[in-house]
Design a protein around this ligand. Structure first.
Ligand SMILES: [Cu+2]
Length: 155
């Protein structure tokens, strides 16, 4: 969970993170069944501007699907690039993948994380959540010490 938390903080700190923008991203479909980048982050209402490339050094054909936003490239041969755009109109976590049989299962899948323009849903500060179990634990430990003394006294 820690890396996710750090990312959310970083997003919140970015100037203009709350306004819609264009995310121009180079996407590479690798023969070793990997899509780069593995994660794409955007804010609701952003325009995703993806340049999807099957690198020339590849030997296999690949495609790129983002079904949640009804976007997909045709099957790309090595050396081909296709641009696709999509306005991400809702927050959530979505998958993109290569639909060539076996490729998605082999790891050709990535995650699109779309964050609400208002930022992460407000909730009690992390420190408060983490602090509460500690006194409870100390209380239980103190109880055990008292119980141990009581047992000794009986002996
Ligand atoms: Cu593929």
């Amino acid at each position: 969970m820690k890396p996710v938390w750090i990312s959310l903080v970083a997003l919140a700190a970015l100037p203009g993170a709350a306004t819609a923008g264009t995310q121009s991203i180079e996407v590479l479909l690798h023969d070793y069944l990997h899509i780069a980048p593995e994660t794409i982050r955007a804010t609701v209402a952003d325009l995703l501007d993806l340049r999807v490339t099957n690198p020339a050094e590849n030997t296999a054909a690949h495609d790129f699907r983002l079904d949640d936003f009804d976007r997909m490239t045709p099957l790309l041969n090595p050396g081909q690039t296709v641009a696709i755009t999509a306005v991400v109109d809702r927050a959530g976590t979505f998958e993109y993948w290569c639909s060539v049989p076996g490729h998605r299962d082999g790891g050709m899948v990535g995650t699109l994380v779309v964050t609400d323009a208002a930022g992460p849903t407000p909730h009690p500060p992390k420190a408060e959540e983490d602090a509460s179990p500690a006194p409870a634990f100390l209380g239980a430990a103190a109880g055990l010490v008292v119980a141990a003394r009581a047992v000794r006294r009986r002996d």
